[in-house]
Design a protein around this ligand. Sequence first.
Ligand SMILES: [Zn+2]
Length: 272
Amino acid sequence: MTGRWLELAGGVFARRYAELDLTVGLVVGAERALVIDTRGDGTQGAELARAVREVTALPLAVAITHGHFDHCFGTAGLLAEAGAGGGRTPVYAHHGCAGWLRDNIEPQRSHWVGYYRKRGDKESAAALAEAEVLLPDTPVEYEAEVDLGGRVATLLHPGRGHTDHDLAVHLPDCGVVFAGDLVEEGAPPAFEDADPLRWPDALDALLTLRPERVVPGHGEPVSAGFVAGQRAELITLAELCRGVLAGELAKSDVEAISPYPLSTTQMALSRI
Ligand SMILES: [Zn+2]
């Protein structure tokens, strides 16, 4: 079995994958369904489409949480397999996402094809090497409401954090927030494209929504308390980074007392 659906509230699903411990989402309204993230290549996107079609035949909209390949290289495969369902399928993302993605398709592709080849996973390497990457076509500046019929999904940019173009999805009717990689369960947050100083504020913005369940981009759905705990760690790290910027701390001091493993901390320090 490739993936498994978890129903978090009526018509609100997270789908979990062993591959990269990825988590995507599906929200079903009365007239339209919203898919949140599309997996990492055309084959994976098509698998997600078939799984979505087992849940709903409604026309789709897609929201991309950010431009990392595992969250959005599956869009073309998803749309081709799912069909339009009676109209154009809008692909929402933060307005900075399409440009960032355009510049980062090939660097991500070559890095991760290398990763899969090194693991001996030729199928994933080949699927990623050939993936047609569809750019999001419906930009969100700060916030947008998507009417799904009987329920509204709010797409919002909570500020710079995991990337400079993170987009979260809030369902006020059931208190679920899909946070993309702003929240990570089961592994430390990833800083490759992050803003370590501002990330805590982005989590503040999510916690202000008073969510009951938060769906991370990787790992199991979590509580607001978990997000507050991650925020506290990120505040500690941000304060340590500020100490380095002020000349009060050496990077080696930060590495010794950071709440995160060495490689994570070094990546964060490289971003300040
Ligand atoms: Zn990411």
